[in-house]
Design a protein around this ligand. Sequence first.
Ligand code: EPU
Length: 425
Amino acid sequence: MTLLKIQGGTQLCGSVEVKGSKNASLAILSGVLLATEPVTVRNLPNVSDIRTKLRLLEQLGCRIFESSESITIDASNLRRAALDDEMVRSIRTSFYLLGPMLARLGSAKIPQPGGCKIGARPVDFHLKGLAALGAQIGLTGGYFDATTTGLTGAEIYLDFPSAGATQHLMTSACMAQGFTVLKNAAMEPEVVALADFLNRIGARVEGAGTSTITIHGVEKLQGGDYSIPADRLQAGTYLLAGAVTKGEVTVEGVLPEHQVPIASKLLEMGADVDLGPDWVRVRGTKYPQAVSIKTMPYPGFPTDIQQPMAAVLATAHGVSTVEETIYESRIGHISELNRMGAKIRLEGRTSVITGVDHLQGCVVEATDLRAGAALVIAGLAAQGETIVRNVHHIDRGYENLEDALRLLGANIERIGVQEWEAANR
Ligand code: EPU
């Protein structure tokens, strides 16, 4: 059990290389089940959600070979097996194993998934889509039990462009007979990455990145080698850390167009933002202005960045609003930011943020991954010392966040809870 100790007030300056996308990796680590030959994946982030997913693959009979450069997964001996309940519950994408298992084995059993506690997060779109592809799925005692006599392509309309349902159904349809059309599909970069990966191992997916995706079923998927693209959410977090400390931060190895929603809000706040071929630089302003934000499916403003953005807006001049339209309760950061002196009140699904002159460091608790990132950002700008507890939430999605921030000049360290408690008795 560790916590993060941050001494705020240092301007962050410098460049940071962004690691591979957690959410693309998690989806791809379901897609690997389709391949009957070894698949090598590079640039996987070393975060706890990925380690959990790899352990689940092992439980299903996959052999995993890790090197410092890459991870090779051999799913040739895939088998139906009881998955560790707690592991399945701890990550949302455990559920995306169901479709590929159906495609390869004709049956699968999996507990209901979990993930960050940010809303109800049902799986009804996934279930409707799998049923359209020819699966029979029942829920008994918290377990989904699914069988099929053979998946067949279908036209599937998603009631909402869900990233997860798009990824799960796209993967499930790769070996279905005939072709599948996903309408109102999510256009997230992580969907595009998954399609690129699936095509690399022999699938025929077209249209990823648009709202209509067509999948021509193939009989068999082979081995391949794929490198995960940079994590746009990690990149966005570092840019906000630069902006909130009024410093100058460059994120490298990214696709700049992924940062446009965040960059345009930073510009509106008065910061300078430059976009290069594979980098984005922010130069914070001393007088940030309030802005209005509404989260939307990609290419709208990402829900994952609204919590860190609220930390930045907490000290902007004027009244900002942040409307969360994707999740009904992605609000765990609000009470903790208010504990640090922010003035945020919730009106329905909108955070109304009245900017204050400064935040003050104190002990705060991360309630989920991005709430944790928000508290770190607040701590970097706050006066005095901030202690962020429940760091395991942050470790789900950011690989050694404190090391990257320290390289940019932040005064941040990870210490054991017991060590900290002993020092503060
Ligand atoms: N939804 C349903 N029914 C479904 C599926 C989704 O009602 O069957 C609803 C959800 O409850 C939510 C909305 O649709 O209100 C959008 O959910 P979506 O399925 O797009 O989200 P997800 O696939 O579960 C992924 C990311 C999230 C990210 C969202 C939105 C992963 C592992 N998770 O979740 O990332 O916020 O897309 O972009 O890819 C994070 O990284 O911190 C994180 C939570």
